[in-house]
Design a protein around this ligand. Structure first.
Ligand SMILES: Cc1cc2nc3c(=O)[nH]c(=O)nc-3n(C[C@H](O)[C@H](O)[C@H](O)COP(=O)(O)OP(=O)(O)OC[C@H]3O[C@@H](n4cnc5c(N)ncnc54)[C@H](O)[C@@H]3O)c2cc1C
Length: 459
């Protein structure tokens, strides 16, 4: 099979590059390969009843398939250069913001209209943070919610499905450079294209490493963020979440001068399991639909760990810590903050007696047996710092789920077009190490689609 453009990965990076190519070209032959399934066929077997924890499916429905890792996410599109990736380093700050707004417009036209855009500009909360040794990062946040995010994806798929060759349940095993063009291999078959966009996200990180090794594309990897997911009664953070939806707050620890940050805040949301390459970690999301809202808010507290030479396997380090929690708890561990402070494990009785009702069925345990001291100390310091702007944060019953790991894909060496050393081979989204979010990954997709269209003289 011969195509003009092959896209590997149907996550946000792949979807918005395909959408842009379709909008601005007539007759380009495009194929998308994804190891997961169509959106409607994506079902995680965990039902909280018969299947309570991850059964390690061959292809994870949460991470793989149309919509990628973002399909069941909270659908928070953060429009900012302050976090979510370093796309601006390649394409410039203004261009990056312009494309994030462009993606927002597409989402609004496909079912997102009516959802709220939050902003930190002019908030008095910034001053309150500063007065308490905390920094509030600047951003506008479009919150689609898990349900509307799904509708947007469904509408985008409906618009594209008859114009693009979608190959689901089709993991690509290899990319060969033909000079010019590329051949991608899947099962016993292969397909060729002049231009190839690789957007395999976090779930494709191991495969991406192999591809880079085989094609001799330079990479680097030195960061992983490790921490816990906090769950508290929604009222404690409501003055922040009502105004900003998500407050991205950074704290510099007194003891080690490490940076601890809040991440992925879900007002009235739920805590969920996440499976990355067979390792179960924790995450969270929330719904726009009032009937699905819970009484709790959850968010992650993450400590950034940067390694220097000779250590190169930052993700391996994060995986080992996550494995330790899986070994002790059979999956995710939950602990009351009061138990952690008293140096004792939580048990079901104390959790049941607590005032915060867990939204994830995790194993009560002791996070101090899992997290390195430096990381745990940073988290505890930050909980007390947050307690000054949101009293109640450091209550004994505050729940901590562990571990949450933010794996950073290795950074692939790319030029300012997000093109590798092979002309026509673009590597985008989270799989490139350039982005870590829906908005940046989507924007990177639109960006490379425009580069291809320019090359072909179509724009
Ligand atoms: C539970 C959860 C909640 C999240 N919430 C948010 C949020 O609210 N806001 C936010 O900004 N970000 C959020 N994120 C992160 C966000 O989803 C990602 O940053 C984003 O999806 C990255 O897009 P991507 O296209 O780069 O990769 P992905 O979305 O990971 O998509 C990659 C696709 O490639 C496919 N693939 C991988 N390898 C291969 C291969 N060899 N062959 C064929 N296909 C392959 C996978 O099946 C997958 O469908 C969340 C993530 C999770 C897991």
């Amino acid at each position: 099979m011969k195509y003009d453009v092959i896209i590997i990965g149907a996550g946000p990076g792949g979807i918005y590059s395909a959408y842009e190519l379709l909008q601005k070209s007539n007759g380009l032959k495009i194929a998308i390969f994804d190891e997961g399934t169509e959106l409607e066929s994506r079902h995680c077997p965990i039902d909280g009843d018969k299947v309570k924890s991850c059964i390690h499916c061959k292809s994870c429905s949460i991470m793989n398939g149309f919509g990628g890792a973002g399909a069941f996410s909270d659908g928070k599109y953060n429009i900012t250069n302050d976090f979510g990736g370093t796309l601006y380093e390649y394409i410039g700050r203004n261009k990056a913001l312009e494309l994030m707004h462009y993606v927002d417009d597409i989402n609004m036209k496909h079912g997102g209209e009516g959802t709220k855009m939050y902003s930190t500009s002019g908030t008095s909360f910034k001053k309150l943070c500063m007065q308490n040794h905390l920094t509030l990062l600047d951003a506008s946040v479009r919150h689609l919610g898990t349900d509307i995010n799904y509708v947007v994806l469904k509408n985008l798929y409906a618009e594209m499905k008859d114009k693009i060759d979608f190959h689901f349940r089709t993991p690509v095993s290899r990319i060969e450079s033909l000079d010019p063009g590329f051949r991608v291999y899947y099962g016993d078959e292969s397909a060729e294209a002049d231009q190839c966009i690789v957007s395999v996200g976090r779930s494709g990180s191991k495969w991406m490493e192999e591809v880079c090794k085989e094609l001799n594309i330079e990479t680097s990897s030195n960061r992983v963020d490790i921490g816990v997911r906090v769950e508290i009664p929604a009222e404690i953070f409501s003055h922040i979440t009502d105004e900003l939806y998500e407050g991205k707050i950074v704290y510099r620890t007194k003891k080690f001068e490490d940076k601890v940050r809040t991440f992925c805040m879900n007002p009235n949301g739920i805590v969920v399991n996440e499976n990355t390459n067979g390792i179960v970690t924790v995450n969270g999301h929330s719904f726009e639909d009032q009937s699905k809202k819970t009484e709790n808010t959850n968010f992650a507290l993450l400590v950034a760990k940067h390694f220097s030479e000779p250590f190169k396997d930052s993700n391996g380090y994060g995986e080992s810590i996550a494995r330790l929690s899986n070994m002790l708890g059979g999956g995710v561990i939950v602990q009351r903050f009061g138990d952690l402070e008293r140096g004792r494990r939580s048990n079901q009785k104390r959790i049941d007696e607590g005032t915060v009702h867990p939204t994830l069925d995790a194993t009560p345990g002791d996070l101090s047996l899992v997290l390195p001291k430096r990381i745990l100390d940073g988290i505890i310091e930050m909980i007390y710092a947050l307690d000054k702007i949101a009293p109640g944060m450091a209550n004994d019953d505050t729940l901590l789920y562990g571990v949450e790991v933010k794996f950073y894909n290795m950074e692939v060496k790319l030029d300012n077009n997000l093109e590798s050393r092979y002309p026509g081979l673009y590597i985008i989204g989270d799989g490139s190490g350039v982005t870590h979010s829906l908005s940046h990954a989507s924007a990177s997709g639109v960006y490379v689609a425009d580069k291809i269209l320019e090359k072909k003289g179509l724009i």
